[in-house]
Design a protein. Structure first.
Length: 113
């Protein structure tokens, strides 16, 4: 290691990287990671193919970029279990955000009562 950096880390970390890199990191774990945002959410749990119910959970949202790559990914996953995960390339995040915003703007207001 040189200056506290692993020898395999030849480029500077992106400004948003919060990952602690170590000399013995497995090659598949050599990624830049951003801060994790915790978002309370209600997600669907399917009982049958046509029936589901909502369940309160927390979603973890963070950014990752493999070392020596010039682009990364936005990861959205459940805090518990982590078997359900959405990974979106950073080039698609703005389009996804715009689509979600348009969906919310067009959604009817909740009915009183």
């Amino acid at each position: 290691m040189r200056d506290g950096r692993p020898t395999w880390l030849t480029e500077p970390c992106p400004a948003w990287c919060r990952n602690e890199h170590h000399e013995d990191d497995h090659p598949e774990d050599r990624v830049h990671r951003g801060d994790v945002a915790v978002v309370p959410a209600v997600v669907a749990r399917w009982a049958l193919p046509t029936q589901f119910h909502g369940e309160l959970t927390e979603l973890l949202v963070h950014r990752v970029q493999p070392v020596s790559r010039f682009s990364g990914w936005l990861v959205v996953q459940e805090a518990e279990g982590q078997e359900h995960r959405l990974v979106v390339h950073e080039d698609s995040v703005a389009a996804l955000a715009a689509s979600l915003s348009a969906f919310l703007a067009a959604a009817p207001s909740p009915r009183p009562g």
